[in-house]
Structures are given as structure tokens and as C-alpha cells.
Design a protein around this ligand. Structure first.
Ligand SMILES: [Ca+2]
Length: 69
């Protein structure tokens, strides 16, 4: 899934916050990576244009049932 948007820095500002929407569910699954890439700067120069984020599984641990006689 790809999404886009824009972020504005005031003159001299070196960091900003972006909001990444996560569509939550209750399925137990591995942690997932996502990536943010900044492109097409206006009146600015990009130093490090990409970053990796991590969405942590918060649906508990996978349970294993063992059947016996
Ligand atoms: Ca989940």
C-alpha cells in the first residue's frame, strides 16, 4: 500500500512529524516495516530522504494447542 502527502518545514526547522495511519485488526502477525521517502523538496535540500518505521504486533502471542489422549 502506498500513500502520499506533504510536510512543511519552517525556515531553520530540522524536524517535523508525520502521521502514519495503521489499519488495525486482531490477527496475530509478525511486526511489519514501513518506509517513508521524501521527494521533490521546494526551497530545501534533503539530507537523508528515507526512513524505516516498524509496526509492532499488539495482538498477543500465538498459542499452540497440543492434543493428548
Ligand atoms: Ca494484527
Amino acid at each position: 500500500m502506498t500513500a502520499g502527502g506533504s510536510v512543511t518545514f519552517a525556515p531553520g526547522q530540522l524536524d517535523a512529524t508525520i502521521v502514519v495511519m495503521v489499519n488495525g485488526d486482531t490477527t496475530i502477525e509478525p511486526d511489519e516495516d514501513f518506509f517513508v521517502t521524501l521527494t521533490a523538496p521546494i526551497n530545501a535540500r534533503l539530507g537523508n530522504e528515507s526512513a524505516r518505521g516498524l509496526i509492532l504486533n499488539d495482538d498477543g502471542l500465538r498459542r499452540t494447542r497440543v492434543a493428548g489422549h
